[in-house]
Write a new protein. Structure first.
Length: 351
């Protein structure tokens, strides 16, 4: 359990080292030299199909990393032509996929479930990023563990990843959400509810957490997104038709992602600089976001997207349960049926 100021300080140190150099999580704890990924039924030398792979998505770290890989030439080096079109809303992403204007999209895991619940035929083919220390639950220091939130007031912003973290954390600790007094802040910084005394705990991101630093005694981090790797994740989804008819393009994309992953570890400031220029924000903002996240490489995907992998076995199910409770899904979803790890498996199983 860390004091907020310590969390921020640690994030700053990690930012200087690169997102892949932070505390180990399932996103980067799989050693590609020792991981055993079974051989794929898809030939690794499947040629790249003619045409352009059209990718859309809202602004996110994962989307910006994909764009970085294209800008650095890693995508083209794999023989893949790719066009990226940024979307301004979740509805715009869904519409592009439904109409066939886009073949693939970078979305959060809960968005993938939402799209499936609305009838979109899709496949989750690659885990890209997961938030670790960048999202946390702050609490009064008198609260020492998650079960002690029972009967307490917990502030959160509805329809955000903070709500997903809160619901997922409570479920992981077997704490019924009905036994916690949830305080929706209506879009305001939940940390302010701790400052004002309106709440005993709050789900916040690293920037919002700074608002609670003036409280005495200072709130502590009761839990972080890193406690549940993959819970706050972004993935690459493709239309089911794309997975069936453009396997060569998706293999090429997967290879390019692995090249970017390896490059980013040693060139984090270059990557962050490119993202900051595209977003028109200070580079420190992007470095902090990288520090609070982890990037999945292809060997990790070759494990996580199959039976026995944490994402396949547990994480996506917990996301589905939390999204259902939050009212984000239009109907039931078989989350495991959406996962198609064959492309990662094909690349990761190569000697």
């Amino acid at each position: 359990m860390l004091v907020v100021a310590t969390c921020v300080a640690v994030a700053a140190v990690v930012a200087a080292c690169g997102s892949s150099g932070g505390a180990a999580t399932d996103a980067d704890s799989i050693n590609p030299l020792t991981a055993t990924v079974p051989a794929s039924t898809l030939p690794a030398d499947t040629p790249v199909e003619p045409g352009i792979l059209r990718v859309t998505g809202e602004q996110s770290l994962a989307y910006d990393l994909v764009r970085s890989g294209a800008g650095l030439g890693f995508v083209g080096a794999e023989g893949l032509s790719m066009r990226m079109a940024s979307a301004s809303s979740e509805d715009e992403v869904l519409e592009a996929l439904r109409t066939g204007e886009a073949d693939a999209a970078v979305v959060s895991s809960e968005q993938a479930l939402s799209f499936a619940s609305q009838g979109l035929e899709l496949r989750v083919v690659l885990l890209l990023t997961t938030v670790t220390s960048g999202e946390l639950i702050l609490a009064d220091p008198a609260i020492t563990d998650v079960p002690e939130l029972v009967g307490r007031r917990v502030a959160f912003a509805a329809d955000t990843r903070g709500e997903l973290l809160l619901r997922g954390t409570l479920a992981a600790q077997d704490v019924p959400v009905t036994e916690v007094d949830l305080v929706d802040t209506g879009g305001l910084n939940p940390a302010l509810s701790i400052v004002s005394g309106a709440a005993d705990a709050a789900t916040v991101d690293a920037v919002q957490a700074a608002a609670a630093s003036t409280v005495d005694p200072e709130p502590v981090a009761l839990a972080t997104a890193g406690d549940q790797p993959g819970l706050l994740s972004h993935v690459l989804i493709v239309r089911t038709a794309t997975a069936a008819t453009q396997p060569g393009q998706l293999l090429a994309f997967t290879r390019a992602w692995q090249v970017l992953y390896l490059y980013e570890r040693d060139a984090v400031e270059e990557i962050a600089g490119g993202i900051s220029r595209r977003r028109a924000v200070d580079i420190e903002v992007v470095l902090a976001e990288l520090a609070g996240s982890e990037v999945y490489d292809v060997p990790a995907n070759g494990v996580e997207l199959f039976l026995g992998g944490q994402y396949y076995d547990y994480t996506l199910r917990r996301i589905r349960a939390a999204a259902t409770a939050a009212g984000w899904l239009d109907g039931p979803v078989d989350e495991r049926a959406l996962i198609d790890g064959v492309f990662a498996q094909t690349i990761a199983s190569q000697p």
